[in-house]
Design a protein around this ligand. Sequence first.
Ligand code: B3K
Ligand code: ZN
Length: 876
Amino acid sequence: SPLIRLSDYRPPAWRVTTIELAFDLGIDSTEVTSRLQLQRDPAQRLPLRLDGEGLELLSITLDGQPLAEGAWRYADNVLEVDGVRDDSVLETRVRVLPAANTALEGLYLSGSREAGFLLTQCEAEGFRHITFFPDRPDVLASYTVTLRADRERFPVLLAGGNPDGSGELEGGRHWARFVDPHPKPGYLFALVAGRLQKIEHDYITGSGRKVALVIWAEPDAIGQCGYAMDALERSMRWDEQTYGREYDLDVFHVVATHDFNMGAMENKGLNIFNAKYLLADPDSSTDDEYRAVEAVVAHEYFHNWSGNRVTCRDWFQLSLKEGLTVFREQQFSADMNSASLKRIEDVALLRRAQFPEDAGPLAHPVRPAQYAEINNFYTATVYEKGSELVRMVAGRLGREGFRRGMDLYFSRNDGHAATLEDFLGALGEANGINLMPYLAWYAQAGTPRLSARGQYNAAQRSYTLTLSQYTAATPNQPGKQALPIPVKLALFDRDGHMLPLHLVGDDAEASGATERVVVLDAAEQTFVFQQVPSAPVPSLLRGFSAPVILECDYSPDELALLLRHDVDGFNRWEAGQQLAARAFDNLRDGNATQALDAWCGALAALFGETGIDDALLADLLTPPGEIELAERERMVDPSHVHALRLKLQEHLALRIGREALQQRYEALAAHTNRELDAVSQARRRLKRRVLDLIAAIDPWGAHVLATLQYDNAPSMTDRLAALSVLVRGNAPQAPAALLHFRERYADNPLAMDKWFSVQTQLPGDVVLERVQLLAQDAAFTLKNPNRVNALFGAWARGNPDGFHRVDGSGYRLLGQCLQQLDAINPQIAARLATAFNGWQRLEPTRHAAALAVIDWLVAQPNLSRNLGEIVRSMRH
Ligand code: B3K
Ligand code: ZN
């Protein structure tokens, strides 16, 4: 398929100023009438060309006149019309088939024909599956939408914008109209129709306007929407207080569906959510899921300004809205919960999902230069690395400066489609700083490696820090340039105290602080600190001040010192992670135990101390994951990585001691409740970790504890943690617990997803047969994205040892699944296929087996553009 290139961007030859849409809704067949008020760009003399995919054209008129045969052509997903003048009105009537739409893009049916409801998903290019339109984000139109449907089958009719009347029609039908006063691109259009129930809450904005907040769900789920409503209200207040941004319509609708390709969608005035990120109750949701609901509700709401009021000029600018909105969401979550725990979570995700992406065949810049299928670019790079880039810039400007810059960005671009240059330009201009050097970060793929070397000169009492950077080549990008890398740092003395910093070249005023930022903006630079009384231990990249891989030859003792004393919660955890990675190397190489001793010793000491937060302790006791550890290997054997990581935890548990673990477990278990306050959540988190550590040295004892915990669990968090220990330990109690879980939650799709996922964590080769068995289960279907991800996604991504079978049968199973799935839902197939990422560094046997399956996929006829692009790129 042809590549779309950023360098080919041209402004639209035709714009649409207003669109009037009318839907005659039906499950099998829906008719869509659209009236476009067109506007020609006088500088371009091109015929009118509108996007349209899979539309059955029923009628077409131009300025009220039926168009002659030959005056229009509809081929290759483009409708071309002759004789259109500036100011012309084009009316089309088309038919679409919602129930047959398994790709879940455009207008489709969620749930069963009898009880389900109709909804739309338009980002990125779904609007062209609904009507003919210039389906690109820089064409902003005013929308008037009329929905007509059978009242009994579709009692609720919703579209974005403010309600503008409703009424009865003949034959038991009814109608409702919505007018959106804010011009928007087609990707933000949405409608929902069906039997839904609601909860409502009146919100008063900072300036005193009343907004009706309405959350809609199917009858059996409406009782699980209260937490989302609470999170929505807090998000709205936070955006007013933090960014001065108010909501701008009279109503804000939110709808939950079980059939959705991603997390949620920020359609103007009508957000649509994957039920997984909206529904929550203690009996079926874990603490992590509650926090995910809070974050995603906030994320979609924040898009109302960062994405909707100011949208993207083209899809290459996707990170303009996504990176920025992830950053805003992360700030919000940090404010609502613990900031350092949030930072740990975000960096762990970056390392697990984005660093491997940036190091493999799918590596692409945050602003890609080309794509075949834009839906393949909703990636960890665009989202998470994009957020890190905003964070670097925000850090550079400081709190007030960033707010000043954001105010200018919003006011200057309000109602427009903007670029990353507009963003950095406004932020810089409001602060008198040139931020354009940061554009290089957006254009360059790959994770920079930052090397730090320190040298202490006792005679001069000076400490010289040399920083250098290097980024390895990535596909299509052999040469790399130096990037501006802000390094937040502190120096510790050997007793664990921070030293005042006197950097050569600073004026007296800046001198003496214990923490500061230096910016490396060349291949290598040197920074000299004076008045340093003794050889210090540097704490670098505090708070993870730049998305890089830090290489610094700390001794194990130095890392242990930071782990015990660093006051930056993130860097304290980070020191532990670095030390754990070195301990892993000790076990792998078998030639030293220094790091292993230091890691176990420092954590055993912390375990015995009081005063450390339970949740932070739980995170400190968790070594880097298997994917992260594999990233450090030249040649990867996933089973070996898995086994060594288990060994690592066994050493840690032994050092802490079975008795101490038991005591802590019992103390934590004594508090058992289902409250969501930070202290209760932290206890559950630590309890889960302690139980895991017990399982590492005394599986039998752990299984007894886990069975009790399962039976008495007041919340899903405790229940699932216990079940997971039983399953991962292949405990004799596991089958009965799984059976019980299944019966108890048979009618709860989100809980059933967990039933599927937890079983993908079975150890060893046996998991493959389990996955095959589960794929035949009556409750499994390839048509539901959540179910597919819960089984195949959780297995291929969450159980590297079980997926990367040395005989290649794991790859073949995934390959067959992808082939079938691609015919049903190409977006989900393409995303699942990224589980092959990293195959090039597998040891030779697995490498050959994975390649054979990738090649087999590439050779399949009729591959979708989505899956085709991913599997072909895998060969890079
Ligand atoms: N903007 C949507 C993602 C759309 C994905 C299209 N394949 C959700 C979000 O990022 O908020
Ligand atoms: Zn988003």
